[in-house]
Design a protein around this ligand. Structure first.
Ligand code: ZN
Length: 408
């Protein structure tokens, strides 16, 4: 890939994604796949005035060996070092960027039950820090190609050719063209326009219908807001883009209000495995039935991970004509696949989707209907013929999506 284009991408991630502030600390989390690009990102952070940039490398084959050989007890440990890292991040308002290049099949052979139990055991110790950090600092998830991932996405290609093609797809969907920063200004303005319109209707519910069998209604939160594109940090009010790419306009629905069946339109990559051709049935907001042609057990485990895992945390709207969908590529990666199509997420909701959320405690947000869970897993339900209708409090019906795309 051309050096110049990669530099533009690195600049986009640091300026628009993180919007690194003078004197701020930054953590870069990445694999070993693109060390030169990682160095470009580090340099851009310093050029913007970062005081310290720490790269946290990981290597999936080693993560996999740890998952296989370590006991449940050692996997569940919340070490003093980890706790100190959390404390430092809280004190320093550390910004974090993930450069994801993971092999979608990289965790094959790992015992899901053991990993779920370890996460569960560790969660109570991590949670206070995670809650305290929520919306306080800028974060961004973006991607770079890894060899295994690229070869999975383009099975007809090998090695450098597959990597080059995946770079091309990543840069295209991230709008890295002549002037990516300007392109993101325009894109953020467009997403904001959809949010404003949706918020002006104050819909009580959204109804979904598609020929594939989706027949579903979800209740929205009376205090809920649709968000999309850039966000602001709490307190410091720094504008940043948590996902690059991002095409979605989303909200956290009202916990306990979802009825009917949704049929997934793309496979779900979860814990390194693919759940395929599945549907989920809701009653009183809760998952009451799941069917999957492949990895049904994993899906069942996912929705029973904890009490909140069977309730919705997110409802996201994305036009079928999104750049990601138009590539026709299945990326086997949530960042891309979730931005290809309308989706729902099971598990943890977003407190910042409540109007005036900064005035509520974490517990109050929960009481107001934002779901809480240790998981947040997106799955795709957008289709070419999807219709979504907004229903207002007084029963007025407003078409929101027709033939899979925005009509408001
Ligand atoms: Zn989403």
């Amino acid at each position: 890939m051309q050096q110049e284009r990669l530099e533009k991408y690195a600049r986009l991630l640091v300026d628009v994604g993180l919007n690194v502030q003078k004197g701020q600390e930054v953590i870069v989390r990445c694999g070993l796949d693109q060390p030169d690009f990682t160095a470009m990102v580090v340099e851009e952070c310093y050029k913007r005035g970062a005081s310290r940039v720490k790269v946290e490398w990981s290597y999936m084959p080693v993560s996999r060996l740890n998952a296989i050989y370590r006991s449940l007890e050692t996997l569940s440990e919340f070490s003093a070092i980890e706790e100190e890292e959390f404390k430092r991040r809280l004190k320093k308002d550390t910004a974090i960027i993930w450069l994801d290049s993971e092999d979608p099949d990289g965790m094959t052979g790992v015992d899901d039950e053991k990993m779920a139990a370890a996460n569960k055991a560790k969660f109570p110790f991590v949670k206070p820090y995670r809650d305290a950090l929520e919306n306080k600092y800028q974060w961004c998830i973006a991607a770079v190609p890894g060899r295994e991932w690229a070869e999975k996405v383009f099975p007809e290609l090998k090695g450098a050719d597959a990597i080059e093609k995946l770079w091309e797809a990543i840069l295209y969907t991230a709008r890295v063209d002549d002037d990516p920063i300007k392109a993101w200004d325009r894109h953020n303005a467009e997403l904001l326009k959809h949010c404003k319109l949706l918020n002006s209707y104050k819909f009580e519910s959204l109804e979904y219908k598609s020929k594939n069998g989706t027949d579903f209604k979800v209740g929205l939160n009376p205090k809920g807001l649709f968000l999309g594109g850039g966000e602001e940090t709490l307190g410091t009010k720094v504008y940043f883009n948590p996902n690059i790419p991002s095409e979605e306009v989303f909200t956290s629905p009202m916990r306990g209000k979802a009825e009917g069946v949704v049929v997934a339109t793309k496979p779900l990559s979860y814990q390194g495995k693919l759940i395929e051709n599945f549907s989920v049935k809701f009653k009183d907001g809760k998952v009451v039935e799941v069917h999957a042609e492949k990895n049904q057990e994993l899906l069942e485990k996912m929705v029973t991970m904890d009490e909140g895992a069977s309730y919705l945390g997110e409802v996201a709207l994305i036009g079928y004509d999104s750049p990601i969908n138009n590539t026709g590529i299945l990326f086997y990666n949530t960042l891309f696949d979730e931005n290809a199509s309308c989706h729902l997420a099971l598990g943890r909701g977003f407190n910042n989707c409540l109007e005036g959320f900064e005035n509520y405690s974490y517990e109050q947000c929960k009481e107001l209907g934002i779901n809480d869970s240790m998981i947040h897993v997106d799955f795709m339900i957008g289709s070419r013929d999807l219709e979504i209708t907004g229903v207002t409090k007084d029963g007025k019906r407003v078409p929101v999506f027709k033939n899979g795309d925005w009509v408001i």
